[in-house]
Structure formats: structure tokens, C-alpha cells
Design a protein around this ligand. Structure first.
Ligand SMILES: Nc1ncnc2c1ncn2[C@@H]1O[C@H](COP(=O)(O)OP(=O)(O)O)[C@@H](O)[C@H]1O
Ligand SMILES: [Mg+2]
Length: 237
């Protein structure tokens, strides 16, 4: 089984600021892993570092066996790393169709398959990015990453701030897109229990370090430990 990602003793951040402090993580073919933790612990920074959007200070980052620590961000995307950023970042003045087309790379995911996964996007294909609801924007952000045919899909809080019925639709799509797929997935989420249900393994971050790592079902079956690791939000406010 090919190892998609291997992160070893990684230190990374913004300029001189170190946010990720000695993190190690691996992702196997077809595997999905949750990255959990309170606000501000470095979850987005970790995903952004995999994409080459931050400063990597030390440690190593291998993708498909190759050290990509010095590879420019756009080359990482072309090579098969797909990010759905926390801010979604769809193009407001392009249509849904155009947003998808600009991201297209050869592979099994094409426009038809994206529209089949998200029928709502097919209905909205001629609407501008800035005319979409939050849920539609998130569908488009995911569709745009998929149509790049990534080997690794990095999802940054895809269910954040969405109504339960939209979350259900996205969860359904998440499960469908995994069927028969060798794509590896890193899922950053605040909805910890949902993320644990959707993934095989999990890592809980605390101030840029791994505080817990193991099988998702272990944490799912131990709500006390989960609450202790993630906290109940009180310390953040
Ligand atoms: N662009 C940035 N420049 C400097 N510091 C940042 C930037 N983005 C995030 N940070 C800081 O890095 C830390 C981790 O942030 P982040 O990775 O966004 O956390 P999370 O996604 O877990 O909520 C926080 O202290 C945050 O203030
Ligand atoms: Mg974040």
C-alpha cells in the first residue's frame, strides 16, 4: 500500500512564528484521517503547510515518497494535493461552471461526475459564485478540489456554519466520493463526533503538537476522553 503523505517532526508557521511544533503524521492509500482540536491549535496551518502556503522551518514532508518541502505550492496542487480551504475561496465573479472548469485536471472526476455528486450545483451552474448560499459555496469548493483529481484531499472544516440539512447532504456526498476511491483524505473538523464517524484514524492537536493519535472508533467510544481532549469550548472564549 502506497504511503500518500508522511510528515516527520514538522515545525512550520508564518514567517518567524512557529505554529506547528514537531508534528508527525502519515496517511495511507484510501485512508481518511480526522484532525481535531480546539480553535487556534494549528489545524488550518497544518493543511496549509502540506500545500506549501506557510513557512516550513524544519522536519520533513513526503508525498508519494518524495520530499516536497521545497516544492512551490502550485506544483503541489498539480501533483495531486487538493485543498478545500476553510474560507472556501471560490471566485465570486465566475459562474459555478467556470469555477469548476478552471480547476479541471485529467482524471476520473469530470464535470458530469461533480454534478451527479452535487445535483444542486448542476441547477446553479449559470449562477455567479457570489449568488450562492453558504452550503452551495461549500459544495462548489469541494467540487472544485475534486475536479482537480487529487490523490490527497484536505478538507478544512467543510461542515462549519451550515444548517443540519446541508451538513447531511455534504456527509452523504463525502461517503459517496469515498466509495471505491484510493484518494486519501485529511478532514479537519470542529464537529468531532461526526468527523470520527467518517474516518478511520484521528489525531488531536494541542498547540501545534499531537496530543492523541489512534483509531477514530476508540475516541468515539470514549466520550469522556474526547471531551477532555477537545474541551467543551470554555477555554477558547
Ligand atoms: N496568516 C497568519 N499569520 C500569522 N499567524 C497566523 C496566521 N494564521 C493563523 N495564525 C495563528 O496560528 C495559530 C493557529 O491557527 P490555525 O492554524 O488557523 O488554527 P485552527 O485552524 O486550529 O483554528 C493561531 O495562533 C493563529 O492566530
Ligand atoms: Mg482553522
Amino acid at each position: 500500500m502506497a504511503e500518500l503523505l508522511k510528515i516527520d517532526n514538522l515545525f512550520a508557521g508564518y514567517g518567524e512564528t512557529v505554529v506547528i511544533e514537531g508534528l508527525s503524521l502519515s496517511l495511507a492509500d484510501g485512508e481518511a484521517i480526522s484532525v481535531l482540536g480546539r480553535n487556534g491549535v494549528g489545524k488550518s496551518t497544518l493543511l496549509n503547510t502540506v500545500l506549501g502556503l506557510t513557512t516550513q522551518h524544519s522536519g520533513s514532508l513526503h508525498y508519494l515518497g518524495k520530499d516536497i518541502g521545497k516544492v512551490p505550492s502550485h506544483e503541489r496542487a498539480v501533483a495531486g494535493l487538493g485543498l478545500v480551504p476553510q474560507e472556501r475561496e471560490i471566485f465570486p465573479s465566475l459562474t459555478v461552471h467556470e469555477n469548476l472548469r478552471v480547476a479541471q485536471q485529467p482524471g476520473e472526476w469530470d464535470l458530469d461526475r461533480i454534478y451527479e455528486l452535487f445535483p444542486r450545483l448542476a441547477e446553479r451552474r449559470r449562477n455567479m459564485g457570489n449568488q450562492l448560499s453558504g452550503g452551495e459555496q461549500q459544495m462548489l469548493a469541494i467540487g472544485r478540489a475534486l475536479i482537480g483529481n487529487p490523490r490527497v484531499l484536505l478538507l478544512d472544516e467543510p461542515f462549519e456554519g451550515l444548517a443540519p440539512i446541508i451538513v447531511d447532504a455534504l456527509v452523504d456526498a463525502f461517503q459517496k466520493l469515498r466509495q471505491g476511491s484510493r484518494m486519501g483524505i485529511v478532514l479537519v473538523e470542529q464537529h468531532a463526533e461526526l468527523a470520527l464517524e467518517l474516518t478511520e484514524r484521528a489525531i488531536v492537536l494541542d498547540r501545534g503538537k499531537a496530543r492523541w493519535e489512534g483509531e477514530s472508533k476508540v475516541l468515539l467510544n470514549d466520550p469522556d476522553q474526547l471531551a477532555q481532549l477537545i474541551g467543551l469550548g470554555a477555554e477558547d472564549e
